[in-house]
Design a protein around this ligand. Structure first.
Ligand code: SAM
Length: 313
């Protein structure tokens, strides 16, 4: 009997229905991401290839990817790529998959840095008009603590051509991924990677009082709640990226207590927190800084807390 042949469109339709039946929420998107990866094509180009016949090797590659997804592995690990603020970043089992709330965190940091006078990159025609060069803007030192795949550090370095970013993590494996992402984004020369526990590498490398901003999305899930996380998270994402100790606040507490000493006057700490943690973290930052502010993510949840070191009078 002749083997069934598949066009790209037939395979998209079949897989979408198969995944949807099994409860996958974003069946069409995930199908396209997997197929694009198997064919080494950007997702958008699948549309130009709807009638193309898949060859045997392509089908084999696709089947392997689909099987991994059906076994519950997040699609970003299967394809090795995650989207963050309009860019694609390499991800893998050693790093957390970046989340939308971390995009909101990064946007708050960008807004505060612009307010502090740091010059943001111009895009398109405005860049040409302004004559902005990549090295324009005041020198500023920023830090991303627990950088993982490096999404926050790399985005800040891209947005602020005059900034240098120190990106720390206790995982050397994560730092390797982050360094590749910085290189791919063209900011490898302005992001420095430091291995170590929370703020220790910053205190070792940076004289106190030098950072304009310290941004962090640290682990904040209470140890006892890890087992209740969805299997896709619990079984595939690195535990050290999730586990924030008995009440989830171990890392946030340490950063809130000691981070202020690293900042310039008027420098800011911008922290992502878990659901229900904002008040407690705001109180911690309030103790170090005298005041603090809670900001919301795109879903309107209190997930970002800001502290500002008082300025010089
Ligand atoms: C929630 S993930 C955030 C990753 C990335 N910044 C993001 O937002 O997608 C936390 C990161 O902190 C790192 N980490 C956990 N405990 C740490 C510690 N005590 N010191 C330094 N880094 C730590 C983990 O390896 C992980 O990469």
């Amino acid at each position: 009997m002749a083997k069934k042949t598949w066009t790209v469109l037939e395979l998209i339709d079949w897989t979408r229905a198969y995944l949807a039946e099994r409860g996958f929420e974003n069946a069409r998107l995930e199908t396209e991401l997997l197929l694009g990866h198997a064919l080494n094509l950007p997702r958008i180009e699948l549309y130009l290839n709807y009638n193309r016949q898949m060859d045997e090797d392509e089908l084999k590659r696709y089947k392997v990817l689909l099987k991994r997804r059906l076994a519950g592995e997040p699609v970003q690990y299967v394809t090795g790529t995650a989207a963050f603020m309009l860019s694609d970043f390499e991800v893998g089992p050693n790093v957390l998959i970046p989340r939308p709330e971390t995009e909101a965190l990064t946007e708050v940091a960008i807004e505060l840095l612009e307010e502090a006078g740091l010059r943001r990159r111009q895009r398109g025609a405005r860049a040409v008009e302004s004559g902005q060069r990549p090295d324009d803007g005041p020198e500023a030192l920023l830090a991303d603590v627990g950088t993982g795949s490096g999404v926050i550090a790399v985005t800040l370095a891209q947005e602020f051509p005059g900034a240098r970013v120190l990106a720390t993590d206790s995982s050397a494996d994560a730092l390797e991924v982050a360094a590749r992402n910085a290189g791919a984004a063209g900011v490898g020369d302005r992001v420095e990677f430091l291995e170590g526990e929370l703020l220790k590498p910053l205190f070792a490398e940076v004289a106190k009082g030098k950072l304009l901003a310290l941004v962090s999305n640290p682990p904040y899930v209470a140890s006892g709640q890890i087992e209740q996380l969805p299997p896709e998270v619990r079984d595939f994402e690195p535990r050290r990226a999730l586990d924030g100790g008995p009440d989830g606040l171990d890392c946030l507490r340490a950063i809130a207590q000691d981070g202020a000493a690293l900042l310039v006057p008027d420098g800011v700490i911008v922290l992502e927190v878990g659901d229900g943690q904002a008040e407690a973290v705001a109180a911690m930052l309030g103790e170090s800084f005298g005041s603090s502010e809670i900001r919301t993510d795109y879903a309107g949840r209190d997930r970002i807390v800001v502290g500002r070191r008082p300025g010089q009078r």
